[in-house]
Design a protein around this ligand. Structure first.
Ligand code: FAD
Length: 293
């Protein structure tokens, strides 16, 4: 973990662009509460194949109109060079300085991978088009990407994104801290030296979490799965247990030197705010600000 300890810890929140006016209203409430925690930025996901393009733009516009630091995601699968170029210039003209660059997963029936088969192709293109304008985050997989040929190849492919010019990485969520620590050690051995920030998924709904985890290759350890199943319809019980487990995970990651946390908020503020408070993050961030001023 040595390579990670030298970085200043950063905290960020991920949102998705709502589909409905009601979803947007809920997002506004959540963002108001989460913004009070003073994260470094809010990121906004981008549906693969451009499926959320206008909604991502609208959510980014709204956040910026509120004076909130915003990092759009950009996924490249199925996109043409012209489309990506146009999006990059749109964001640059808006004053956006940071992006999360991803391949994405093509929705079934939407055709081939297009002009960017992998995320390293996108990172390379962003650098070629816009030089060092954007600070680029990419995705990392401590438990490996579900389509990876094998663990070693996945690591080589992760390095391609770093070599193409990524500044930082955010991990897929995981509940086994050792998977992250081991991944960092493997990255160090490959000479990968960028901040790799753990992605944190609060546990609030077992059925939804199990579905996501099966799709993205994140493992829910048996002891957590069994406990969650045991709560049946007791949503409050699931939430309390989830907050306790995820707080412990975050605490361990930060104590061992993780360079911050990126929360998958699912547009909800309650669980993240509780975990944040359990970790004493407002307190420690403010101390940091005072020391810096
Ligand atoms: P890549 O890095 O391209 O990797 C995908 C697979 O291809 C891996 O198995 C890898 O080993 C292999 N590979 C990579 N490069 C090469 C190469 N050059 N040659 C051969 N094989 C290669 N999805 C969205 O649609 N929108 C989002 O906004 C979004 N945000 C995300 C944010 C984070 C932090 C994370 C972790 C994931 C996010 N995703 C998002 C999901 C992501 O798009 C999927 O996990 C997708 O399957 C892979 O994207 P990637 O950028 O990691 O792809």
């Amino acid at each position: 973990m040595k390579s990670q300890q030298k970085y200043q810890k950063t905290f960020s929140f991920e949102l998705f662009p709502p589909k409905t006016a009601e979803g947007m209203e809920k997002l506004r409430v959540s963002v108001r509460e989460l913004a009070a925690l003073q994260p470094l930025y809010f990121s906004v996901t981008y549906g693969a194949g451009g499926s959320t393009r206008e909604r991502t733009f609208a959510t980014v516009d709204w956040l910026r109109s509120e004076g909130i630091a915003t990092t759009p995601h950009l996924s490249c699968v199925g996109a043409t060079r012209d489309q990506v170029r146009e999006t990059l210039h749109h964001y640059r003209n808006q004053g956006i300085q940071r992006l999360v660059a991803l391949r994405g997963d093509m929705p079934s029936g939407m055709g081939g991978p297009g002009e960017f088969p992998h995320a390293n192709d996108l990172v390379e293109f962003i650098r070629a088009e816009t030089g060092d304008h954007f600070y680029i985050d990419v995705a990392a997989y401590p438990e490996f990407h579900p389509q990876a040929f094998d663990a070693a190849t996945d690591l080589v492919n992760f390095k391609r994104k770093v070599d193409a010019g990524a500044n930082e990485a955010i991990t897929q969520y995981f509940y086994n801290a050792d998977a992250y620590f081991y991944f960092i050690e493997s990255c160090e051995k490959q000479g990968i030296d960028i901040p790799i920030v753990p992605g944190i998924m609060p546990i609030t709904n077992y059925t939804q979490l199990a579905r996501f985890s099966d799709a993205c290759g994140s493992e829910i350890p048996r002891w957590i799965r069994q406990r969650l199943q045991g709560y049946h319809d007791d949503l409050a019980g699931i939430r309390e247990f989830g907050i306790e487990v995820v707080t412990q995970l975050c605490r361990r990651l930060l104590e061992q030197g993780a360079p911050g946390l990126h929360f998958y908020t699912m547009n909800q503020s309650r669980a993240v705010s509780r975990i944040w408070s359990n970790l004493g993050l407002s307190h420690s961030l403010h101390e940091g600000h005072e020391e810096a001023s």
